[in-house]
Write a protein that binds this ligand. Structure first.
Ligand SMILES: NC(=O)c1ccc[n+]([C@@H]2O[C@H](COP(=O)([O-])OP(=O)(O)OC[C@H]3O[C@@H](n4cnc5c(N)ncnc54)[C@H](O)[C@@H]3O)[C@@H](O)[C@H]2O)c1
Length: 393
């Protein structure tokens, strides 16, 4: 059978754009064509495009005229603008995480520490509403690129919940490492916050997703979050923090630790940790405690492969695992990190949905619930962790 053609554009030319292009090359359910890339400047677009044999576009609008999907691989502060530009042209935006948020007043001096969190929550919800309205008015749908939804272990847990009718009682999970690579990470005006949103969105969205799956399987209706208790901390900015040079410390106005405790409408719970403080490589996991089973999703590291390297130098040209500080000694080496992180599965699923019009596991409804939960979390943290209602759109 002939596969449907899906024409893709890339907006952004950094870290995420790279793993999106790699994932497109692994699409097998449709016939993808990467039309080109655009970025903030034509120079950065060219520097990304040329080694990959792609066309560089100096205007996003010109790229959007030629594609069916656009990969939104720009800082979170630009997600809404790019997504709405795509939707108004009938192009499906693949929106990286976090879906959207509140990014201040647009000034380079913006300091989120002076901003009441209710204002941030209102701003984030307004942004979500504008995106949902643009989607409702468009022939295209938003694809929310939360890769944790497409992680093989999370999709296996979806199957378990669907086939056993299990009730999830508590989930706990974490995303952490020793600090983001991105130079703009650390400024609220680009990321919409710190660990709580930048990292916490991953395990949180997976937890929100699995409760949706559970509700859909048993009652035909998702089970959604209703309240949150959250704490945030700035550990690396403590006066008594002892910096030995292993953990990134240059955060301007964002937290480097967060804890979110979410209550769902059926009274069950999820507890999510996220931080920039953890050595030993990226630490991504979600545990599901259900009434009829228990599942540990070890995303990264996992035990698919372990290597012992007695000499650091030997592994100089070998990628071991994300954000590991040393390659010497035992390591949980990732044989195919993109696969265990769900990147190729996510893009393949999105392209199939675009080609066939079929269902989307991670779409705008999940993105909207994530943003509403996270910013209610910031409001809770401002009040020392008071339980705070989540405004669902
Ligand atoms: N799913 C994941 O695991 C994961 C991992 C990393 C990043 N991300 C997300 O991907 C997005 C991009 O992050 P990154 O790490 O690639 O950042 P980056 O800084 O490496 O790259 C961002 C790119 O966007 C370009 N850009 C910035 N503003 C723009 C605009 N208004 N229009 C067009 N181009 C613009 C920059 O020039 C740069 O090329 C973020 O939303 C981030 O949260 C997701």
């Amino acid at each position: 059978m002939k596969k449907s053609k899906v024409r893709a554009g890339i907006v952004g030319a950094g870290f995420a754009a790279n793993f999106h292009v790699n994932a497109i090359h692994r699409v097998y359910g449709t016939d993808p064509e990467i039309v080109g890339v655009t970025s903030r400047s034509i120079e950065t677009a060219r520097a990304f495009a040329e080694p990959r044999g792609l066309r560089a576009f100096d205007r996003m609008e010109a790229l959007l005229e030629e594609v069916d999907v656009v990969h939104v691989c720009v800082p979170a502060s630009a997600h809404e603008t790019v997504a709405i530009a795509a939707l108004t042209r009938g192009v499906a935006p693949i929106v990286e995480k976090p879906f959207t948020g509140f990014f201040g007043d647009g000034s380079a001096q913006f300091d989120a520490r002076t901003v009441p969190r209710q204002h941030a929550l209102d701003g984030a919800l307004d942004s979500v509403k504008r995106m949902l309205e643009a989607e409702a008015a468009s022939t295209a749908r938003i694809l929310y690129a939360e890769n944790w939804v497409y992680v093989p272990a999370i999709q296996k847990e979806r199957e378990v919940l669907e086939k056993t009718g299990g009730q999830v009682l508590w989930m706990h999970g974490e995303e952490a490492h020793s600090g983001s690579h991105s130079p703009v990470y650390g400024y609220w005006r680009f990321g919409g916050g710190g660990s709580l949103i930048g990292k916490g969105c991953h395990p949180l969205t997976a937890a929100l997703y699995l409760k949706r799956v559970e509700g859909r399987a048993r009652n035909g209706k998702p089970i959604r979050p209703i309240s949150i208790t959250a704490r945030t901390h700035e550990i690396t900015r403590l006066d008594n923090f002892i910096d030995v040079g292993l953990i990134r410390t240059d955060y301007f106005d964002v937290e480097d630790f967060s804890m979110q405790h979410v209550t769902f409408e059926d009274g069950t719970i999820a507890t999510i940790f996220a931080s920039e403080l953890v050595l030993g490589g990226i630490h991504n996991w979600l545990e599901v405690v259900a009434n009829n089973h228990r599942t540990v999703c070890s995303i990264n590291p996992n035990t698919a492969m372990q290597t012992y390297n007695p000499k650091e130098e030997q592994f100089r040209h070998i990628y071991v695992v994300e954000k590991i500080e040393t390659k010497q000694g035992w390591a949980m080496t990732a044989p195919d990190e993109d696969f265990s992180t769900g990147f190729p599965q996510e893009i393949d699923a999105f392209y199939r949905a675009v080609a066939s019009g079929g269902p989307i596991e991670s779409g705008s409804a999940l993105g909207a619930d994530t943003v509403a939960t996270i910013y209610a979390g910031y409001l809770s943290a401002e009040q020392g962790g008071a339980e705070t209602s989540i405004t669902l759109l």
